[in-house]
Design a protein around this ligand. Structure first.
Ligand SMILES: Cc1cc2nc3c(=O)[nH]c(=O)nc-3n(C[C@H](O)[C@H](O)[C@H](O)COP(=O)(O)OP(=O)(O)OC[C@H]3O[C@@H](n4cnc5c(N)ncnc54)[C@H](O)[C@@H]3O)c2cc1C
Length: 290
């Protein structure tokens, strides 16, 4: 392991000052990505700033803006949180899939987002809930829609000195639900060959789709919204054939590569299948039958 300085601030102001230090400064949440990256020289650091002791980054609670998820809050806390399970079920699904129980006890959703791996399991679920990223930095705080947060594999809009403070997920309306499924070749401890998060808001009287969101993991350089599939659904009466049409349309948003985990064609087929399945889970969770 290369050597680096280490700091563990306990206030947001202290964290902002430390993150703006000269040299290469890395934020640390759970460290399940960062420590391995440092050990294998895929990342370097002059200073590592542990953000877990900063209260704002451990926040988990709702107000008029929606659900606030502090960037260092671990996956296990979200997976077991009653509000997350009731209102943001796809996020509960995905935080229970990251690695193993031991990994979930350390790994933060904020770490998953800032690592910016296309395969990150929690990110598509934040996208389908229209998450806002609150970014802290030396020039103050700024807000960015999470759809605009990712620049490329491992790259985000965060500038020198900036770090993710929290994610805000607006409260979803009644008669809505989300769901996440991924495909891996074994039961756990693997990276998604493809993953799909879906969100539906349905008018129960007419079964019309009032809002649809679909987001994909592991099939593009960044997590992506499947906007063509969303457009197929919105404003239409939900049916099995509409879900099939949306699932086919979701493939249009996938630009996967072929690698050891799967071919591009296989990944596209997974997108189609997982989109259909997650949309059906959303309907089950809302209590709407076809
Ligand atoms: C055995 C194993 C299994 C895994 N399985 C999965 C899996 O199934 N699905 C999955 O998606 N991932 C998986 N991962 C990857 C990893 O666990 C997740 O990406 C995790 O959510 C990272 O969170 P963390 O808190 O540990 O991040 P860290 O390692 O602390 O940080 C990750 C990156 O984000 C940066 N960062 C962290 N917090 C902030 C912040 N607040 N602001 C700015 N930058 C920040 C760090 O500098 C680093 O570059 C696995 C990892 C291991 C070791």
């Amino acid at each position: 392991m290369p050597t680096f300085d280490f700091a563990a601030p306990t206030t947001l102001a202290e964290a902002v000052t430390l993150m703006a230090s000269a040299g290469t400064v890395r934020a640390l949440a759970g460290g399940t990505d960062l420590i391995d990256q440092l050990k294998t020289n895929r990342r370097n650091a002059d200073l590592v700033v542990d953000l877990k002791r900063v209260p704002e980054l451990q926040r988990l609670g709702s107000d008029a803006d929606g659900l606030h998820i502090g960037a260092a809050r671990c996956c296990s806390d979200l997976h077991h949180d009653p509000t997350v399970n009731r209102l943001y079920a796809g996020l509960a699904d995905s935080t229970g899939l990251v690695g193993s129980v031991q990994i979930q006890n350390r790994a933060a959703v904020g770490g998953n987002v800032c690592n910016a791996a296309p395969s990150g399991d929690t990110t598509p679920n934040l996208l389908v809930h229209d998450a806002i990223a609150v970014i802290a930095g030396p020039s103050g705080a700024r807000r960015v829609e999470l759809t605009d947060f990712f620049v490329g594999p491992g790259q985000t809009v965060l500038q020198k000195g900036e770090f993710l403070q929290e994610l805000i997920l607006p409260a979803p309306p009644d008669d809505s639900a989300s769901a996440y499924l991924r495909f891996i070749p074994r039961n756990e401890m693997d990276i998604a060959v493809a993953g799909v998060a879906s969100f539906l808001h349905i008018d129960p009287a007419t079964k019309t789709v009032k809002k649809a969101r679909i987001a994909l993991a592991s099939v593009a350089p960044t997590p992506v919204r499947a906007r063509a599939a969303e457009a197929v659904l919105e404003g239409k009466v939900i049916s099995a054939s509409l879900i099939d049409a949306a699932s086919v349309a979701a493939v249009e948003s996938a630009t996967p590569i072929t690698d050891v985990r799967g071919s591009a064609e296989y990944r596209k087929e997974l997108v189609r299948v997982l989109t259909r399945r997650t949309l059906n889970i959303c309907l089950d969770r809302i209590g709407v039958s076809l």
